[in-house]
Structures are given as structure tokens and as C-alpha cells.
Design a protein around this ligand. Structure first.
Ligand code: SF4
Ligand code: SF4
Length: 285
């Protein structure tokens, strides 16, 4: 079973929930930190890294001897990563590639009628693989200044071990890296906080999950702060609230020291185990 942990906005406690959940499940667990722009689960899980792989995407390189500036590559590029200036009677044409916009989809190479495009590897980051006791741990680190998170997330997800309970820490928000991380999940835990910003971004995340047709429930962090609008929204939308974590200064202090909640407060282990059992029972029903 693949359980993703996501949140419409950053800073709601997503990694607090994902790491504590992973540490509370007995048996084979695999943890994937797909928040590749800012991975931080390793701070709490402290894996022993045993393997590092570089991650690349193929970007086009133009053979100007063969290119006739027909513009087909620009036409098929959905990401505006190419610009073609057609040749005229007076001027030779020109072609520019913007590698930072290229998603490495290969469409330009495939459709070039002159076979004038060669693909060259561009390094976008690394995937690190390790262990936390019996737990398998994998995360991606996107190079600084690199925008292409989805291909690195796909690389991380090639390591999914379907014989284990897989916990995916997704990036915050609702953009492409989130969609890539949630893809093929059996269930998603949406972590939110009972504030107007928290609710606004929860609503956006719910819309995404409904579009993706992934079942989900909500964990309310710092549940005793803010107002009751999140509760009312979940009630009206028939969204189950799976767990509430009250605000505790000691939890924030442990977080700031890189200590997982269930390690600082072992009494929470049973709550996270219950959260997992609820999801497991839902999957079995
Ligand atoms: S499709 Fe090929 S030939 Fe046409 S402009 Fe692009 S690289 Fe040049
Ligand atoms: S590989 Fe895809 S994204 Fe990159 S330039 Fe070619 S068509 Fe555009």
C-alpha cells in the first residue's frame, strides 16, 4: 500500500506526520521523501546512506548543419523550451534551446524532420538510498537553481518496493511535483492547520485529490489553535478527520532539534499506529 502525506501549504507539519507514521508501523516500511526541492525527512529519520545516484534528463542539442529552422520542434514543445527564427532570403535562421525550461520529454527529437537533434544528459540532482534500521529510505536532492523536480521525483519512485508499506512525503502545494508524487498512491493524508490560510490551501489540495481520484483524509495539526472552520468544511464535504495533534511547545522544540514526534513523545506512537490501521482497514473494505 502506498500512503502519501501532503499538504496544500508548507509548514503545516507534513514531515512531522510522515516520519512519525513511518516510525510507528510495525513490519516492512519504505519511506520516500519526494519533496526534492527541500528534503528534510532525513533530519528526523537519520538514515545510513548506502548508495548515491546522479539523476539526469535528456535535453536537445542542435546540429546546425542539418537544421533548416522549420520550427517543428518549437511547435511540439509544450514547455516553450525552444525558440526558432525561420530563415529568410536575407538572413540565416536561428534556433535557441532553454535547457532550464526543458522537461526532457523527447518530443522535439522525435518530431524533427531533419534528424538534427541529439539528446545530451543534463544533471538535475541526486537520489540517495539508505536504511533506518529495517526501514528503507530514499530521497531526492534537486540541484540548487534547478526547476525540474518531476523527473527527479520519478527517479525516486522507481525504487518503490510494492512488498512494503510505502510512505511518500510529498512536496507542499498543488503544482506538478505534487501531482507526480501523489500519482499511483492508494491513499493520501492531507495535513492542515485550523487557520484561514490552512483552510484555503486544504480546499485546493482536496480539489486536486478529487481530480486524481485518490482517497484521502485529513490530519489537523495544532488542532487546538485557530478556529473551527476547517472542521466545518470537512464535515460539509464528508472528509474524514483521521487524527488531531494539539499544539505543544515541546513538539516544536523537538522538531527544531530534528527529533521525530514519536521519539520525543512515545505516547503518540499508538495514535499514529491507529492512523495507519484506519487507512489499512479502509483499503481492505
Ligand atoms: S525541428 Fe529540427 S530542423 Fe526543424 S527547427 Fe527544429 S531542430 Fe531544426
Ligand atoms: S525535450 Fe521536450 S521539453 Fe525539452 S525542448 Fe524538447 S520538446 Fe521541449
Amino acid at each position: 500500500m502506498i500512503i502519501s502525506v501532503a499538504s496544500g501549504k508548507g509548514g503545516t507539519g507534513k514531515t512531522t506526520v510522515s516520519t512519525s507514521l513511518a516510525l510507528s508501523i510495525a513490519g516492512g516500511v519504505q519511506f520516500l521523501d519526494c519533496d526534492v526541492e527541500e528534503p528534510n525527512a532525513h533530519i528526523f529519520l537519520k538514515p545510513a546512506v548506502v548508495k548515491i545516484e546522479k539523476s539526469f534528463i535528456p535535453v536537445p542539442e542542435i546540429d546546425r548543419e542539418k537544421c533548416n529552422y522549420c520550427g517543428k520542434c518549437r511547435e511540439v514543445c509544450a514547455y516553450n523550451a525552444m525558440m526558432v527564427i525561420p530563415a529568410t532570403e536575407e538572413t540565416k535562421g536561428n534556433i535557441l534551446v532553454f535547457p532550464h525550461l526543458c522537461h526532457g520529454c523527447g518530443a522535439c527529437t522525435y518530431f524533427c524532420p531533419q534528424k538534427a537533434i541529439k539528446e545530451v544528459d543534463k544533471e538535475i540532482g541526486v537520489v540517495e538510498i539508505g536504511d533506518v534500521g529495517s526501514m528503507q529510505f530514499i530521497h531526492g536532492r534537486l540541484n540548487i537553481g534547478e526547476a525540474m523536480a518531476p523527473p527527479l521525483i520519478r527517479h525516486v519512485k522507481t525504487y518503490i518496493n510494492y512488498t512494503r508499506t510505502v510512505i511518500i512525503d510529498a512536496p507542499p502545494g498543488t503544482s506538478c511535483p505534487v501531482i507526480e508524487s501523489l500519482n499511483k498512491s492508494d491513499f493520501c493524508i492531507l495535513v492542515t492547520e485550523p487557520t484561514p490560510f490552512g483552510l484555503n490551501d486544504l480546499i485546493l489540495a482536496v480539489e486536486v485529490l478529487r481530480k486524481l481520484q485518490i482517497s484521502f483524509g485529513v490530519v489537523v495539526n495544532r488542532s487546538d489553535l485557530g478556529d473551527n472552520k476547517t472542521d466545518n468544511y470537512c464535515h460539509d464535504e464528508k472528509i474524514p478527520i483521521l487524527m488531531r495533534i494539539p499544539f505543544k511547545k515541546e513538539i516544536a522544540t523537538a522538531y527544531s532539534k530534528g527529533i521525530a514526534v514519536v521519539e520525543a513523545f512515545p505516547e503518540y506512537k499508538k495514535d499514529f499506529a491507529k492512523l495507519y490501521n484506519t487507512i489499512k482497514a479502509w483499503k481492505a473494505s
